[in-house]
Write a protein that binds this ligand. Structure first.
Ligand code: GDP
Length: 177
């Protein structure tokens, strides 16, 4: 994919959310169609470039992984400052990561100039069958409604909804720009 070699405008998309919700895995699935059971925070790449076809037109995305630095607020903020869109992930088997979404949204809205499009993503939905405790889909839907954002559930493991989530956000970002 040599899309980034051209002078075509790239939209900056930042992956956000608590550590271990699956941000690196999401990117790995999206860009390389791979999944690793044990990912290492230090292996997180800075960003990936990829062209997607949105409504029949190529759209170049620069996808940023916060790569284990989500703990450092000042660094996270610097990622959001120049973002055109955010993929905000939680883990459907980790209630805490869902409860922390509010804080993430507050931080994003605090830092970004105007309301940048956010896609709320409940990841690891493949684990739902095995887990007694999990965040119900309706909770995610309700939260997304209060923030007026899009919502979907994904699995970086089996790949479900990963591309769809990105395409939905890319469409919004393109319209918003
Ligand atoms: P990050 O810290 O947000 O980048 O999270 P990682 O991508 O490093 O993922 C943390 C752990 O969750 C790793 O062991 C992944 O293999 C696992 N993981 C990530 N996404 C999924 C998923 O969709 N399903 C399952 N079952 N495991 C996942």
């Amino acid at each position: 994919d040599l899309g980034y070699m051209t002078s075509e405008k790239a939209y900056r998309i930042v992956l956000a959310g608590d550590a271990a919700v699956g941000k690196s895995s999401f990117l790995l699935r999206l860009c390389k169609n791979e999944f690793k059971l044990n990912t290492s925070a230090t292996l997180g790449v800075d960003f990936q470039m990829k062209t997607f076809i949105v409504d029949g037109e190529p759209v170049l995305l620069q996808l940023w992984d916060t790569a284990g630095q989500e703990r450092f607020r000042s660094i996270a903020k610097s990622y959001f400052r120049r973002a055109d869109g955010v993929l905000l992930l939680y883990d459907v088997t980790c209630e805490k990561s869902f409860l922390n979404i509010r804080e993430w949204v507050d931080m994003i809205e605090d830092v970004s100039q105007d309301d940048i499009p956010i896609m709320l993503v409940g990841n690891k939905c493949d684990l739902r069958q095995d887990q007694v405790e999990s965040v119900p889909t309706s909770y995610g839907e309700k939260l997304a409604m209060t923030y007026n954002t899009l919502f979907c559930e994904t699995s970086a493991k089996d790949g479900s909804n990963i591309l769809e989530a990105v395409l939905h956000l890319a469409r919004l970002v393109k319209k918003h720009a």
